[in-house]
Design a protein around this ligand. Structure first.
Ligand SMILES: Nc1ncnc2c1ncn2[C@@H]1O[C@H](COP(=O)(O)OP(=O)(O)OP(=O)(O)O)[C@@H](O)[C@H]1O
Length: 463
């Protein structure tokens, strides 16, 4: 939104009005005139000037009173007050109450021009800041979700589209990447927002207990079932049920969940009564469900029922451009919580935050910053982040979240070898020694894992 270039000149002396009108007009502003405070108020209502330049001493209503009244209705207008020598104190008082500046009469033309220019500049800046803030709120933040990266923008879009519907959503992403936060945001922006948001961690309990946790039980359903207990599905009636770690559900529970998704009804454990519920399902997992389907570990039909709208949250290391935003947000938040000044984060520390691989994602970043804010004395520098410096220096080994034991071990082995090769600048003899394996075994593994390029150049020179 651009600022208009209208200026209102208020003075009871014709010669001053004329002079200011001329200065303003030559500087390219659209100038309007008023002869006293009363007229100034009326004109302001009508033309909504960006800047007002007004004498203090005027008949009918003086400049100070007019300024107070105008400021109450139009707090953004920049008001410059003019005063004769004797009344400078009054002008200073007015500035304390929010006037933009004052001029002591008589002022020369250059002085007036500079003050006007500054007033307009200030208005433009203010407007820009307001526009930016608006943009940040709309683009970089949705509810409590932060992130300006392209992938997060896409997440906001999907959340915005899916929130008003009843569609089942499947959120995938590594641990700590924000899946639950997204689920809550969908709920809070949905027509069910006044209903309950119930979370179940599907991996937290053994199968039998999980079943009664989800569907509830009747009195006497099993030893210890002394009364009827509603399950999470019932508790989430007219709200949202968030099934976290849905990949951990055992096959019999997968069948039961499928039925609820299809028919929106179920029976409590040990019961015969069919219970109907109105529940919106949001599921989340850090496992690769598609792969689990291929391996026969997760039902394909359930997978498709869950993934009506898929949302993938990438790991933090893949959206490095969001990191400064997170750092700023968390540093402020934790400083406020600890009643401390917001510490300064050095550019080197910020670089380190961007380079580190964040296996625990946003949750880990938040924890690191909380600790740093508490320990810091005004500045967060690299020396305050010892855990990150060592990890960033030698890339950490990432343990895959999914796969068989064999596959996981292979992945880890590959990274260990690649790292050792790098540390020894590709020298395979030294690498084999460091890892305490034979050179032949190392060559075999380099071949197997396709790590050949890691040491090719140096190879001929060394051997
Ligand atoms: N984009 C984000 N903006 C603000 N805070 C975030 C964002 N992403 C994650 N967080 C914060 O990081 C923490 C971890 O997020 P959350 O619990 O949603 O992750 P998750 O993927 O559900 O983790 P898990 O798989 O371990 O359950 C929370 O405190 C959350 O508020």
């Amino acid at each position: 939104m651009a600022i208009n270039n209208r200026i209102l000149i208020v003075d009871d002396e014709l010669s001053v009005r004329r002079l200011l009108f001329e200065v303003a007009r030559r500087a390219g502003y659209e100038a309007f005139l008023a002869e006293n405070g009363q007229e100034a108020i009326e004109q302001t209502k009508e033309i909504k000037p960006a800047v007002i330049i007004m004498d203090i001493k005027m008949p009918v209503m003086d400049g100070l009173e007019a300024f107070e009244r105008i400021r109450a209705d139009y707090p953004d207008v920049a008001v410059i007050l003019m005063t004769a020598h004797g009344t400078v104190d009054t002008a200073v008082e007015a500035m304390k109450r929010g006037a933009f500046d004052y001029l002591v009469k008589p002022s020369n033309v250059t002085e007036v021009r500079i003050v006007l220019e500054r007033a307009f500049q200030m208005r433009r800046l203010r407007e820009e800041v307001a526009a930016l803030r608006h943009e940040v709120q709309n683009k970089y933040q949705l509810g409590n979700i932060i992130g300006k990266s392209a992938v997060m923008q896409q997440v906001y879009k999907t959340v915005g589209r899916v929130a008003p519907t009843n569609a089942t959503v499947l959120i995938t992403g590594e641990s700590g990447s924000g899946k639950e936060l997204i689920a809550k945001t969908i709920h809070n922006n949905s027509p069910r927002r006044d209903g309950p948001f119930i979370k179940v961690n599907c991996g937290a309990l053994p199968e039998g207990l999980m079943e009664s946790e989800l569907f509830g039980y009747e009195k006497g359903a099993f030893t210890g079932a002394v009364g009827r207990k509603p399950g999470r599905f019932e508790l989430a009636h007219q709200g949202t049920l968030f099934l976290d770690e849905v990949g951990e559900l055992t096959p019999p529970l997968q069948v039961k969940l499928l039925r609820v998704l299809q028919e929106r009804e179920f029976e409590r454990v040990g019961g015969t009564e069919t219970i109907k519920v109105d529940v919106r399902i949001i599921a989340a997992t850090n496992r690769n469900l598609e792969e689990m389907v291929h391996k026969g570990l997760f039902r394909e039909d359930l997978y498709y029922r869950l993934k009506v709208v898929p949302i993938h949250v990438p790991p933090l290391r893949e959206r490095v451009e969001d990191i400064p935003l997170f750092v700023d947000y968390f540093v402020r938040r934790f400083a406020a919580e600890a009643h401390r000044e917001v510490p300064y984060v050095t550019p080197e520390a910020m670089e380190l935050f961007k380079r580190y691989h964040w296996p625990g994602n946003v949750r880990e970043l938040a924890n690191v910053l909380e600790r740093a804010v508490i320990m810091s004395s005004g500045v967060i520098g690299v020396q305050d982040l010892p855990g990150l410096t060592t990890a960033a220096a030698s890339p950490a080994i990432v343990i895959p979240e999914t796969g068989t034991l064999r596959e996981i071990l292979h992945q880890v082995e590959k990274q260990v070898i690649a790292r050792a090769l790098k540390a020894h600048h590709g020298n395979r003899v030294k690498t084999a020694q460091a890892l305490d394996i034979s050179r032949r075994a190392l060559l075999y593994k380099i071949e197997e894992y396709g790590l050949g390029r890691e040491g090719e150049e140096e190879e001929s020179a060394v051997e």
